[in-house]
Design a protein. Structure first.
Length: 139
């Protein structure tokens, strides 16, 4: 179930770890909105009763890697410096560089992943999981 999911680590201004993974039915390609619950309160004009708050969208992220209880998600890339490449009057491609879209983050809370760590050598007893779960039967 995908509720109460939050950002648990800010890797950069375009990459985040969220608190949901395979156990919470998150899949690669799932999109999430990072939002602020402190938006404008909406009142019923007749009763004056609060109808709730408008969530303020801080950005959209897409899951790239899924783990058991967490996932790495990043912003969608955007084209930088693209130019139209036209042949016979048909726009066939854009030439440019795809870069991740940075979001407004609190830079004091960024803790990059330690990419200098190398995996240890394979040993007897190391866990193994199937890549294509559709072909795996645990019997």
């Amino acid at each position: 179930m995908k509720n109460n999911i939050k950002i648990v680590k800010i890797i950069s201004d375009h990459e985040f770890i969220i608190s949901a993974g395979q156990k919470q039915d998150v899949s690669k390609g799932d999109k999430f909105i990072i939002f602020d619950r402190h938006g404008e309160e909406i009142l019923d004009p007749d009763s004056g009763e609060s109808l709730g708050y408008l969530d303020v969208n801080k950005g959209t992220i897409i899951v790239r890697n899924v783990f058991e209880n967490m996932s790495i998600a990043s912003t969608e890339p955007h084209l930088v410096g693209g130019i139209a490449n036209q042949f016979s009057g048909v726009n066939t491609a854009l030439i440019g560089i795809q870069q991740p879209t940075p979001l407004n983050v609190d830079y004091s809370q960024i803790t990059p992943l330690d990419e200098t760590l190398e995996p240890s050598p394979i040993k007897l007893g190391d866990p193994v999981k199937p890549l294509n779960s559709g072909n795996y039967s645990n019997s």
